[in-house]
Design a protein around this ligand. Structure first.
Ligand code: GAP
Length: 491
């Protein structure tokens, strides 16, 4: 899919109520913040549910949590975010624009590749990896100068030094500014899980290995906002921390690496659109890390990270809070002795819901030639897995009169407890079908005059566009067969 089609996906999102720019009426909106519209929120809820059902419902040793966004500020000291959660930034002195130094270099690598200059691309990639690994900011600037990278706005190479900028947003808690304490908007949901580790373990009588899963908003003051909802300042994460016995982390890392890719593949999109990317530079808390990347129209990009976080977080919280974060393991080791007290090791799976949403749209968006001769036309269809579609079924009366709206309404009244239904009586039937195709609705049902005589309707299938006549009494069982969580959860 080309960048051209990506532009179409972005405008489709606005035109069909999937995603809007936040507070757009003011100066074209707030940068890198987006609102989900009436159809977007349904798709997003369904994707979140797919994750939750797989992680929590399908694993009897994983439970959920909904921790607060605000946390005690010491949380972020312990986690390392106050001291180490920053990006290397560089300013152009003429345009006064700020860039991520590593992004400027990555763009240059992509340009070398596009121009067929693979030696130079590899050489720069290796130098960039080495500079990032050593946290060598001066070397990043040297690379930018050596490769003659200019500011895209001013066109000049008049750069400042590379400096680290913290990505956390802060605010004050308390009524009086004088008494206020600085607190942070969480940059990841994971820490809410770590500080509740023993609460959940004890109250749920959980035995290691076990996991705690959570979905929720996270906030990062991303300097560079790019590619629509790919990099946002307010976004949603779906994270799971899996607590394991020390020494077993490698095996569990491999288990989750495979399980998570399988979960992505069960969506049914092209399997070549996914790949693993091993981390060269490990985060301060990790002893192994891999990304699952998706082939977006602008290239392969990270959608999910699987991290072996060691005992770093629990240990840091124990040290700073003075509260024990130990687990008592009564199982017997090879010498027949209980494993006893220890701080568990953690495997984390962390996926961005907005990135999942974006790739689902990119993979589903299709422009198809339909009809023949003078009736030749192009239709836009979102070939979403039926269970994820915002509406599962649209019900149309053929005309607005003769009792047909009543027949359609009655069908909705029977289905609406189980399925999100769409009612529409305006426009010609073909136009109504096209609109539902663009929303990804898998089935359209039309009540016509024959419905009044023999209690039948036509059902039209989104992908094949085939229509068949069926008894009204059969609608529910046809939908039940075609739309089920089991289809993707059992793959
Ligand atoms: N707890 C680990 C953690 O937060 P991360 O790699 O920084 O790891 C995990 O983030 C996932 O969150 C990413 O794979 C991505 O899908 C999503 N994510 C991170 N920053 C984002 C942003 N600014 N906008 C949208 N999604 C983002």
């Amino acid at each position: 899919m080309s960048e051209e089609v990506f532009k179409k996906v972005v405008s489709h999102c606005k035109e069909y109520g999937f995603v809007f720019t936040s507070s757009e009426i003011y100066d074209n909106g707030l940068g890198a913040v987006y609102d989900y519209g009436q159809n977007g929120v349904e798709l997003k809820n369904n994707l979140r549910q797919y994750w939750w059902k797989f992680m929590v419902q399908m694993h009897d040793n994983i439970v959920g949590l909904d921790a607060a966004i605000f946390m005690h500020p010491k949380t972020w000291k312990a986690s390392g975010h106050i001291d180490g959660f920053s990006d290397p930034m560089i300013d152009n002195k003429d345009s006064k624009k700020r860039y991520r130094a590593d992004n400027l270099l990555e763009d240059k690598i992509a340009k070398y590749q596009k121009d067929g200059n693979t030696n130079k691309a590899d050489e720069l990639q290796n130098a960039l990896d080495a500079a990032l690994l050593a946290n060598d900011l001066a070397q990043l600037k040297t690379l930018i100068e050596q490769h003659e990278i200019a500011c895209p706005i001013s066109g000049t190479r008049n750069w400042t030094d590379v400096r680290q900028f913290n990505l956390m947003f802060s605010t004050e808690m308390g009524a009086m500014a004088e008494d206020a304490d600085k607190i942070y908007l969480r940059p990841e949901t994971a820490q809410g899980i770590f500080v509740n580790f023993l609460n959940v373990q004890k109250s749920g009588r959980m035995k290691i290995p076990f996991g705690i899963a959570q979905t929720g908003k996270a906030f990062r003051n991303e300097i560079i906002a790019r590619q629509f909802i790919m990099r946002m300042r307010e976004f949603e994460q779906m994270e799971m921390q899996f607590f394991v016995r020390p020494g077993t982390q490698k095996q569990w890392f491999e288990y989750w690496k495979e399980a998570r890719l399988k979960w992505h593949l069960a969506l049914g999109f092209d399997k070549d659109s996914y790949r693993y990317h091993d981390h060269v530079k490990l985060a301060h808390y990790a002893d192994a890390a891999v990304d699952i990347e998706f082939d977006f129209p602008f290239g392969f990009k990270e959608v999910e990270g699987i991290h072996s976080r060691t005992d770093f977080d629990l240990k840091s919280h124990q040290d700073l809070s003075g509260k024990k974060m130990q687990y008592f393991d009564a199982d017997l080791d090879e010498n027949g002795k209980p494993y006893g007290n220890y701080i568990p090791y953690v495997i984390e799976t962390s996926i961005g819901l907005d990135r999942l949403f974006l790739y689902t749209l990119c993979a589903s968006y299709k422009e198809e030639e339909v009809g023949e001769g003078d009736k030749k036309d192009t239709r836009v269809v979102l070939a979403l897995p039926p269970i994820l579609a915002p509406y599962k079924v649209a019900i149309f009366p053929l005309t607005k009169k003769d009792g047909l709206p009543e027949v359609a309404r009655k069908i909705i009244d029977d289905l609406k407890f189980d399925y999100n239904c769409f009612y529409e009586e305006k426009d010609a039937i073909g136009k109504r079908y096209r609109r539902q195709d663009a929303l990804g609705t898998p089935f359209c049902i039309t009540a016509d005059h024959e419905s009044l005589e023999n209690q039948t309707v036509t059902i039209r299938h989104r992908d094949s566009m085939l229509q068949e006549r069926i008894p009204i009494a059969d609608i529910k069982s046809i939908l039940d067969k075609a739309i089920s969580w089991k289809d993707i959860l059992s793959k």
